[in-house]
Structure formats: structure tokens, C-alpha cells
Design a binder for this molecule. Structure first.
Ligand code: ADP
Ligand code: MG
Length: 239
């Protein structure tokens, strides 16, 4: 399964969520996280990896030689490239890499850069799920509305495979609720104070919930919760 994490805006949490999801999914499945980002991306510095084993070399040469495993993790990654490298790649190069990886891994997670270019279209079109990450601010919401319209118009996105997650949520939502994204918002992740890394306990807990929401796992309410709800109803009737 291919899951592409995307946003037309930087800094919303794409990389954090991609890596947190990779950590959660790799508990019992084979996972590869790919950074399709030429800005140049953050995997190299965040995970302390080699920058030569990057997406460009993976596309143009033997991708297996570009797989790296972050210390202490059970998932593999391919790190992003540099701005001048993007021109060396064609649509078909990226398409072939994604096909090869999805043949080998249970989950291929793609952390996709905000800019749309020839090489960022295959991650959108090949994905089983495209997860849009946005914050509830005017810029993130309006850019998401705009890019969804653009992607649909050009046939770069099958919206039936797309959904959204609100990250860094604080209190009542203001902007997202005012527009119709045309794709479901499946989960809200709160703003986590002093979040220093994707492995943060709270972030991992939310990534687990996000995974369940992505796969539409309905949570069975606990027995205690059901009993308490029943108790509340009885009390209301008594009033
Ligand atoms: N839920 C959250 N609460 C607080 N900070 C967050 C949250 N999610 C991400 N961040 C922080 O926001 C910053 C940008 O996140 P990042 O994943 O690099 O975004 P992107 O990949 O979209 O540019 C990072 O400093 C990250 O730690
Ligand atoms: Mg990023």
C-alpha cells in the first residue's frame, strides 16, 4: 500500500507525521518512508543519514543501495535530494521507483514536497491514500482548497482516495469548518508543546489513532465507557 503525505504548505507536519506513521506501521509490517523533497528535505539531518543515498540515485541507479535504516527503527528510508537534482528525473523514473518499492514493502510512505512538479505527480497518482496535512489557519486552508482544485482539474488526484488530517489543532476549529474541502477530515492532532521529535510519545499515540482512522477502524467503546454512558442516560431520565 502506498500512502502519500502531502500539503501545499511547508511546516505543517508532513515529515513528522510520515515518520511517526512509519514507526507505528513498522511494528508489524515492512515499511519504507521516502522523502520526495528537493528542498532538500529533512530526513538526512533528523535521522542522521547519508545524503548521497538519496531519491535521485535511487531513481537512476540501484534503489536497494540507497535504502538506509535509521538507528533504533524497524523501517527503511530513502532521503530527499537537492534543488538542482530535480531536473535529472523524469515522471517514469519516479513511477518505476514507487512500483519497485511497493513490490517489496507492505507500506510505502511518501513525504511529498509542497511544490508540484513532474516528479511529484507519480506519488499522488500511484497512492492508495493521499493524506493532506493542514493546520487550521487561513493560509493552509486556502492553499489546500486551491491545490485540490488544481490537482482535480489536471487529473493529478483521485479525490476518492484523498483525506485530510488537521495538525497542531488548538481549540475550536475556525477556518476548516468554513470551507468545503471536498475530502473528509479524518483526524485532529493537537498542538503538542515542546514537540522535539516524531518519536514523542504523544505524537506516536496520535499516529496510531491516525492509522486507525486511515483504515477506518471503528474503535469499540470500552466496557467502562459504555457503562458510564448507560449510567448518564438513566440519570437524565430520572431528572
Ligand atoms: N502536533 C504538533 N504539535 C507541535 N509541533 C508540531 C506538531 N507537528 C509538527 N510539529 C512541529 O512543526 C515543525 C514542522 O514540522 P515538519 O514535520 O517538519 O513539517 P513539514 O514536513 O510539513 O514541513 C517541526 O518543528 C515539528 O516538530
Ligand atoms: Mg518536511
Amino acid at each position: 500500500m502506498i500512502i502519500t503525505v502531502f500539503s501545499p504548505k511547508g511546516g505543517v507536519g508532513k515529515t513528522t507525521l510520515t515518520l511517526a506513521l512509519a514507526k507505528v506501521l513498522s511494528e508489524d509490517k515492512k515499511v519504507c518512508a521516502v522523502e520526495v523533497d528537493f528542498s532538500p528535505g529533512d530526513f538526512v539531518s533528523l535521522l542522521d543519514l547519508e545524503k548521497e543515498k538519496n531519491i535521485v540515485n535511487a531513481c537512476l541507479g540501484d534503489y536497494k543501495a540507497c535504502l538506509q535504516r535509521p538507528t533504533g527503527e524497524k523501517f527503511d528510508v530513502i532521503v530527499g535530494g537537492f534543488p538542482d537534482m530535480q531536473e535529472n528525473l523524469k515522471y517514469s523514473d519516479m513511477e518505476e521507483l514507487i512500483d519497485s518499492l511497493s513490490g517489496e514493502y507492505d507500506y510505502v510512505l511518501i513525504d511529498l514536497q509542497p511544490q508540484i512538479s513532474e516528479v511529484s505527480v507519480p506519488p499522488l497518482l500511484k497512492a492508495d491514500k493521499v493524506l493532506f496535512v493542514l493546520e487550521d489557519d487561513i493560509s493552509a486552508v486556502s492553499r489546500t482548497v486551491g491545490i485540490l482544485e488544481y490537482l482535480k482539474l489536471h487529473g493529478f488526484l483521485d479525490t476518492s482516495r484523498a483525506c485530510a488530517v488537521v495538525n497542531k489543532a488548538k481549540g475550536k476549529k475556525k477556518y476548516i469548518t468554513a470551507v468545503d474541502l471536498g475530502i473528509p477530515v479524518i483526524y485532529d492532532i493537537p498542538y503538542i508543546r515542546k514537540l522535539n521529535e516524531y518519536k514523542n510519545k504523544k505524537m506516536i499515540k496520535h499516529a496510531k489513532n491516525l492509522k486507525d482512522a486511515l483504515f477506518e477502524v471503528k474503535k469499540e467503546k470500552s466496557l467502562l465507557r459504555r457503562l458510564l454512558n448507560g449510567f448518564k442516560r438513566v440519570k437524565q431520565k430520572d431528572k
